[in-house]
Design a protein around this ligand. Structure first.
Ligand SMILES: [Zn+2]
Ligand SMILES: [Zn+2]
Length: 361
């Protein structure tokens, strides 16, 4: 039986490269060779154990682009009815849904009661820090358009579906909106480009790292504010000075740091919306003045676990924008499967915008 490399998280802070069997797909499933596996900030939280116990040992990686190696019996199309064949590039929604529970069939919401984010490392696995991935029947996957640049799709990884999900939840950005984005990692950059194509008047991006702020400019930010040398009060004052007395109409939390939350509440304008997307891996509390919500008539919403339609939308949106915006150039670092621990370390450095696992290395 063929084997492939996979980065296995045995327990928190213990990663090993395993040779795992490459299983034939089940009827309805697909076997792919991984082309790129995105390294997501959540992976670092999962690897450190910061988000609780996982069903160890697990293979890391939930942002996969792969080339179809084998189709399971009965598979002739992707989950958008597009014909597929061996050799096609696909990406998939990595949250296995049961399609037979209240969330799945009545609410049409994710995650569902029986959803599964990870499979045991000994079993056929859809994780993407690996040479191969086996998608089980029922796991939605989508063919990349033939002209798609896989790097452009991989660059915004799970960030773009997350942002599309967030704007579904909290209402879209429209013409005339004034948008503030806290954090210029992949989620903040995805929010920037979505706001830019939606016709927002202002897109102000806040981050600590100049390289990321420059990337935000390249994706349509109209202004950037560095956290270096500014206080929270300074930033709120700068934003309100720029957008006027109503304040920003949409604020997106993509910072992944708890203190961003009270600052985001202060940033949000009258009748504004505050969308919290980045705190999945940050467990804790923060003080706010609840009266501010009332006085400003503002909304706060959170969103996580994009639906299959958001993954589909992200593949097509990234492909449409790949020549208009420098998406592929957001990938600044590449690591082999064996070097996954270095990839996770690199997430904390100021030079990384997006890192990927590249199994050809
Ligand atoms: Zn992710
Ligand atoms: Zn379900």
């Amino acid at each position: 039986m063929t084997k492939g490399r996979a980065t296995v998280l045995i327990e928190p802070n213990r990663l090993e490269t395993w040779q795992v069997p490459v299983a034939d797909p089940q009827p309805g499933g697909v076997l792919v060779q991984i082309v790129l596996g995105g390294v997501c900030g959540s992976d670092a939280h999962i690897a450190s154990g910061g988000v609780g116990r996982m069903p160890f040992p697990i293979i890391l990686g939930h942002e996969g682009i792969g080339r179809i190696e084998k189709l399971g019996a009965g598979v002739t199309t992707d989950y958008a009815s597009v014909p597929v064949k061996v050799g096609d590039l696909i990406s998939w929604s990595p949250i296995a849904l049961c399609h037979r529970c209240y969330s799945c069939t009545v609410l049409d919401e994710t995650p569902c009661e029986n959803s599964q984010f990870f499979e045991h490392a000994d079993r056929p696995n859809w994780a993407s820090y690996s040479d191969f991935a086996t998608l089980p029947p029922g796991m939605a996957f989508y063919r990349l358009p033939s002209h798609a640049n896989p790097e452009a799709v991989a660059a915004l990884g799970c960030a773009l579906p997350t942002v599309l999900r967030g704007f579904d939840q909290c209402g879209p950005v429209g013409r005339g909106d004034t948008v503030v984005i806290q954090g210029a990692g992949p989620v903040g950059l995805a929010a920037t480009v979505v706001a830019a194509i939606s016709g927002a008047h202002e897109i102000i991006v806040i981050d600590r790292v100049q390289r990321r702020l420059d990337a935000a400019r390249s994706l349509g930010a109209t202004a950037t504010i560095s956290m270096t040398g500014t206080t929270s009060e300074d930033r709120v004052a700068q934003v309100w000075d720029r957008v006027g007395p109503q304040g920003p109409s949409v604020v997106v939390e993509a910072a992944g740091a708890l203190p961003a939350f009270p600052e985001g509440v202060n940033l949000t304008g009258h009748h504004g919306r505050y969308i919290v997307l980045g705190l999945w891996g940050e467990i804790g509390t923060q003080p706010i003045s609840p009266r501010d919500l009332t006085i400003k008539n503002m909304q706060i919403a959170g969103a996580t676990f994009p639906k299959p339609k958001h993954y589909y939308g992200a593949v097509h949106l990234a492909t449409r924008l790949q020549d208009r915006y420098p998406l592929a150039q957001l990938i600044t670092h590449r690591f082999s499967v064996e070097d996954a621990p270095k990839a996770l370390q690199a997430l904390g450095s100021d030079t990384v915008i997006k890192a990927v696992i590249d199994p050809t290395l």
